[in-house]
Write a protein that binds this ligand. Structure first.
Ligand code: TXA
Ligand code: MG
Length: 339
């Protein structure tokens, strides 16, 4: 574990970045913080490194990776075309939590794209990610640095809990900011389509490109998602999670499950944390600040595991702004269970 927290001195910081970059160049996989979640990086020019990412995570092979870059010029070698809408979006939101899907150039290996004709690229807005990518000087494929199926990691401890012994190391830069993954937007077709809601909102994208579509699979369970990763049950705690539309129904549900002998948890906010008579209540931010909820969500889901909770009830959150991504992750974590 390399400490690259701000409190650490400059010399250590530089040395640790340099060492992690060397490992990356040598074909090892290294976890690093981004502004969304921690990523598990590997050199895209090295197929064995890319394969090692899939292996460390236990990730299905048909799920393509996002390529991370530090400089706009790096994009030219990765894609065969940069549509005007993509240019405007990159001017507005890169670096930031926006992943764009382009038609891939021949240089990008099928190990990265899972054999698709497109490639996902993003420029993270985190000083550690930026310094690492510059130092390594290669595009870096990086999925979230969790075991496949587990909530994405927002701290180096989360990464270590899942991947200790399976990866070369982790750059510990503290807690990530956004707390949810980037928004995945396909710009390879006629009009931009959101494949995965995330840290950058629908409204922010529409502001730049006007019209933006949404993958029908995000609205209806019966459609197959365009983004392979969206079809897996994801982000799931070990306990069984149910979303509850009306907070007033939660006390009764909790009481029932406790009567049946379960350890019961509730995902709520600061405002109501004290009001539930359960084994463990997690305050996922504050009602008046959806960004605080996004930042806490994965820590909360993991906390229920630590507390050995086997039945979890969650409040629902308003579906605007980043709330759309919060509810998308919660629905998946709950396997669609909502009452
Ligand atoms: O915030 C993030 O995006 C984080 C940090 C580390 O950058 N990364 C991340 O990667 O969330 P991952 O692998 O957990 O999720 C990538 C998503 C998956 O749903 C994958 O299927 C989709 O992007 N994806 C990647 N390439 C694609 C492509 N060519 N077409 C469609 N979907 C693609
Ligand atoms: Mg992931």
């Amino acid at each position: 574990r390399w400490n690259v927290n701000k409190s650490n001195n400059q010399k250590n910081y530089r040395e640790n970045i340099a060492e992690a970059a060397l490992w990356l160049k040598a074909g090892k996989v290294v976890a690093f913080p981004t502004e969304t979640v921690y990523g598990l990086g590997g050199n895209i020019m090295d197929d064995d490194a890319v394969k090692a990412i899939f292996q460390a995570k236990g990730r299905p092979n048909d799920n393509p990776l996002i390529v991370h870059i530090a400089r706009r010029e790096q994009l030219n070698a990765l894609v065969s075309e940069i549509p005007p809408a993509a240019k405007e979006l990159m001017d507005a939101y890169w670096p930031g939590p926006l992943t764009l899907i382009f038609k891939a150039s021949k240089n990008v290996s099928a190990a990265v794209t899972a054999g698709l004709e497109t490639v996902a690229v993003r420029m993270p807005a985190h000083p550690v990610a930026y310094d690492l990518l510059l130092e390594a000087d290669v595009p870096v494929a990086a999925p979230s640095a969790n075991l496949s199926g587990r909530p994405s990691p927002t701290t180096a401890d989360h990464v270590w809990d899942d991947l200790e012994g399976r990866i070369a190391g982790v750059l510990d830069g503290g807690t990530t900011g956004v707390g949810l993954e980037s928004t995945v937007l396909d710009v390879s077709g006629e009009s931009p389509v959101i494949y995965r809601p995330g840290g950058l909102t629908f409204e922010q994208i529409a502001e730049i490109v006007g019209h933006v579509e949404v993958d029908p699979a995000l609205l209806s369970e019966s459609e197959t998602p365009k983004s392979p990763g969206m079809k897996y049950t994801h982000y799931a705690p070990k306990g069984s999670l149910t979303l509850v539309r009306d907070n007033n129904d939660i006390p009764e549900l909790v009481a029932q499950a406790r009567n049946e002998g379960h350890r019961v948890g509730v995902l709520t906010t600061e405002q109501r944390k004290q009001s539930y008579d359960c084994d463990f209540a997690f305050a996922c931010g504050s009602d008046d600040d959806l960004l605080s909820t996004a930042a806490q969500l994965y820590t909360g889901l993991r906390q229920f595991d630590t507390e050995q909770i086997d039945v979890i009830y969650s409040e629902v959150f308003p579906e605007h702004g980043v709330g759309i991504a919060i509810m998308n992750r919660l629905r998946k974590a709950a396997g669609g269970r909502i009452v």
